[in-house]
Ligand binder design. Sequence first.
Ligand SMILES: O=P(O)(O)OC[C@H]1O[C@](O)(COP(=O)(O)O)[C@@H](O)[C@@H]1O
Ligand SMILES: [Mg+2]
Ligand SMILES: [Mg+2]
Length: 314
Amino acid sequence: MPMSEPGKTKFQVDLRRHLRDQDISDNLVHLICEIAEASKYVINAVRTGDLGVAGTSNLYGEEQLALDVLSDRIIRKRLIHSGVVCNIASEEMDEIFQAQADADGLYSVAYDPLDGSSLVDVNLAVGTIVSIYEGCNLLQKGRNQVAAMYILYGPRVSLVYSVGKGVHEFTMNHLMEYTLSRENVTMKPEGDIYAPGGLRNKYPAGTEKFVRYLEDKGAKLRYSGGFVPDINQVLMKGKGIFMYPALNGSPNGKLRVLFELNAMAYLIENAGGAATDGKNPILDIEPHSLDQRAPVFIGCSNDVNKAMEFVNGN
Ligand SMILES: O=P(O)(O)OC[C@H]1O[C@](O)(COP(=O)(O)O)[C@@H](O)[C@@H]1O
Ligand SMILES: [Mg+2]
Ligand SMILES: [Mg+2]
């Protein structure tokens, strides 16, 4: 019986081995693996942790759940001790945290430790969203990311990452190892599901017309209220569109550029899809503040282009 190669369990490729084949720095391999490790403690917190409120609020003034704060602490500690992180920004922290001074080979991380946390108490799927940049600057275009990933805490736990060479999915096995389950995930040009976020009675006319267009072509509504599972469905089925549009009264929609949109836009674009704020690609937004929000239409490229036509009235 030949000895199995390191990182290649009997039938499966594990995350570290797959990353090593991507021709990226050892530091980046280490960082992504550290985040994967941290997710195992987040899983435990989600499954058994306190569902109460933390008695604090985040930079959006939103009441933090104990799980938000706990998940944030788990990930932040892991990033600090990784030894390869310069600056850290989290949806649950008021300002950028410097883990260590600028030096060669370091990365900076922006993350949402537990997206959709208010869904845990009704047992719906939630996730962690991560963007990784080279160096110390976190207020830069999402197009400059060197990696993006999410971990989806659902009936199965999956981890999806890209370092710009395809989008790959890993599924957690009975030993809590992440092993390759889908490689080079790709989107079709057009889809048949749509996830309409926000209040429909506040949709501007053009957006409402776009939804009618989707319904007229037989698209099915699939919306859980969790950004990570809703995007994961569009990405893994390769056919659909998620939107959290500008609403009457909220021109920037709800979702955050640094902590949610940049990572998902990077993954969807690397799978052949598109992501726009209604006028420009999400990845080209020049962020001016940590708490910046933007409207989003993300998924199959033809559907996203159609959305822009309706939203801009042409
Ligand atoms: O409840 P709404 O307004 O439809 O918003 C749902 C969106 O808000 C979010 O729950 C925001 O996530 P957070 O839990 O990180 O605030 C997304 O997961 C989801 O896409
Ligand atoms: Mg979030
Ligand atoms: Mg969150």
